[in-house]
Ligand binder design. Structure first.
Ligand code: ZN
Ligand code: ZN
Length: 195
């Protein structure tokens, strides 16, 4: 399965059925997603329960996923401001990009997913990182500097909060940190589930 905005591990795709299964829409056997929480005209809300839709049907838009993004909540109507983290005056986003993200699986998260944005586009989801990944991905071994560079200030207390007293190397933390990359400028950003 190839997605423009989801380049993370396949096991981080939400509602993906583990084994290949039979698509309730086209009858093909392929990677399938549970249709319960998707946007689709093919089944009514009551009928969606327990039904599956395959990768090809997703790419063709026979079902789609809603996403919460920094630009707004994205559903079949487009973007709208629902939550505080949805920005006030989002830039104009061409319909092709909205469609592309709706035809992208959701990320498995503890809280609700929040899709990050950069350069007037949705960022590409890369997967989850632990502290060691910040050290290994930083050019100079300064994992904290990379973390601070990638993380908004409301969320960047995580590093110091997780560091045991009298230690300088961070080994672990409790939340899951989700990493995104801008397909235009290469900027990396990330967020984590607050409790
Ligand atoms: Zn199908
Ligand atoms: Zn960018």
């Amino acid at each position: 399965m190839i997605f423009k905005y989801f380049k993370g591990p396949i096991d981080e795709m939400s509602h993906l059925v583990i084994e290949h299964s039979v698509c309730s829409i086209c009858g093909k056997t392929d990677h399938c997603f549970e249709l319960d929480y998707t946007i689709t005209n093919i089944f009514s809300d009551d009928e969606k329960d327990g039904k599956f839709g395959c990768y090809s049907c997703l790419k063709e838009g026979r079902f789609e996923f809603w996403h919460d993004t920094e630009f707004g909540m994205l559903d079949e109507e487009g973007l709208s401001k629902v939550y505080k983290h949805n920005i006030e005056n989002p830039p104009f986003i061409p319909i092709e990009k909205l469609v592309e993200l709706r035809r992208t699986p959701k990320i498995i998260t503890w809280q609700q997913e929040l899709w990050l944005t950069h350069c007037d586009d949705f960022m590409v989801y890369k997967g989850t990182w632990e502290p060691k990944d910040f050290y290994s991905n930083s050019n100079d071994g300064d994992g904290k500097a990379l973390f601070m560079n990638m993380t908004d200030k409301e969320l960047n207390h995580l590093w110091d909060d997780s560091l045991p007293e009298n230690e300088t190397l961070l080994k672990e933390w409790y939340p899951t940190y989700y990493v995104f990359e801008c397909s235009h400028c290469g900027k990396k950003r990330g967020n984590w589930d607050c409790d």
